[in-house]
Design a protein around this ligand. Structure first.
Ligand code: NI
Length: 300
């Protein structure tokens, strides 16, 4: 009798232990889930997350990578690009800074001649008896030979801006020679004066261009960006707020707004005591020889 009772108690205890064991293995909704299971939501990156819960690389993945913009071509010199806009920030290397009075400066006009602006600019130069330099494009000059003759008659200098405004850095030697020689030959045939200086389109130059051009490369140190804004007052400000002795100033005789700006720029420079000369005269006055194979930005 006692043995049967003892056996039953043992069986009940075993049964109870099995039930308890089975319950402990059952999944329960109260078990915490990992904070991030691989399906991150934007809220996961909010400030409410604790540092330990927010993956460090989560924010990085949301930020586009910053890579340098590619150069226009693989051979231009990135550190010697045309001068930044003088109107925006004065440059420590002399491209900007406070305007001064007195000295010599060279106004230069690229991409012409054009019916829209060149004659008007020449009228101003003639009226004030000052000079400028015109870096002509061959395909423009061929259509307006009388303007070339008038430029030379007024004592202005004609420089070479190539036949078709291409990146010289991208051309074969043969193509580069065509772009340069065609203009030199045409200007000399029309005016009797062969250009001495080359202004490479876009200011694009490198050792290859310096070696093969066969002319001094004349860049600039004040860029009016007249072609971009086509605003006479901005062109005026770009010159008059920064001009200093020895500056080479870039404009384009393509736009009526540039000619309009010159109505103010030329007499004001004269009022400030500046002498407006050609680029070659500017460098000669400063005792700087201009040589093929080199480039120049200002007469300093
Ligand atoms: Ni140009």
């Amino acid at each position: 009798m006692m043995k049967n009772i003892f056996t039953r108690v043992i069986c009940i205890l075993l049964l109870l232990s099995f039930i308890l064991a089975a319950q402990s293995c059952t999944p329960s909704s109260s078990v915490p889930t990992p904070p991030h299971d691989g399906t991150l939501k934007p809220s996961d990156f909010s400030g409410t997350s604790t540092p330990g819960e927010t993956p460090d690389d989560g924010v990085v993945e949301l930020t586009p990578p910053i890579t340098p913009a590619p150069l226009p071509n693989g051979t231009d010199e990135p550190t010697k690009a045309p001068a930044p806009t003088a109107a925006v920030t004065p440059q420590p290397n002399g491209t900007g800074g406070p305007a001064t009075t007195g000295g010599k400066v060279a106004l230069t006009f690229d991409d012409g001649p054009s019916a829209a602006a060149t004659a008007k600019i020449l009228d101003l130069l003639e009226r004030y008896q000052v000079k400028a330099t015109f870096f002509v494009l061959g395909n423009m000059a061929e259509a307006l030979p009388e303007l070339l003759k008038r430029q030379v008659a007024l004592g202005c200098e004609i420089g070479n801006h190539t036949q078709g405004h291409k990146y010289l850095t991208k051309l074969s030697v043969t193509d580069m020679r065509y772009q340069i020689d065609t203009v030199n030959n045409h200007v000399e045939a029309v005016t009797g004066v062969r250009p001495r200086l080359l202004r490479p389109p876009y200011g694009a130059k490198n050792d290859y261009v310096r070696a093969e051009a066969g002319m001094p490369l004349m860049l600039w140190n004040i860029d009016t960006e007249d072609w971009k804004h086509r605003n006479a007052q901005k062109t005026i400000d770009a010159v008059l707020n920064f001009v200093k002795d020895g500056d080479v100033i870039l404009m384009h005789d393509l736009y009526a707004t540039t000619a309009e700006a010159c109505e103010t720029i030329i007499p004001e420079l004269i009022n400030r005591g500046f002498e407006l000369v050609t680029v070659s005269e500017l460098f000669e006055a400063k005792g700087i020889a201009l040589s093929a194979g080199k480039d120049y930005r200002m007469a300093k």
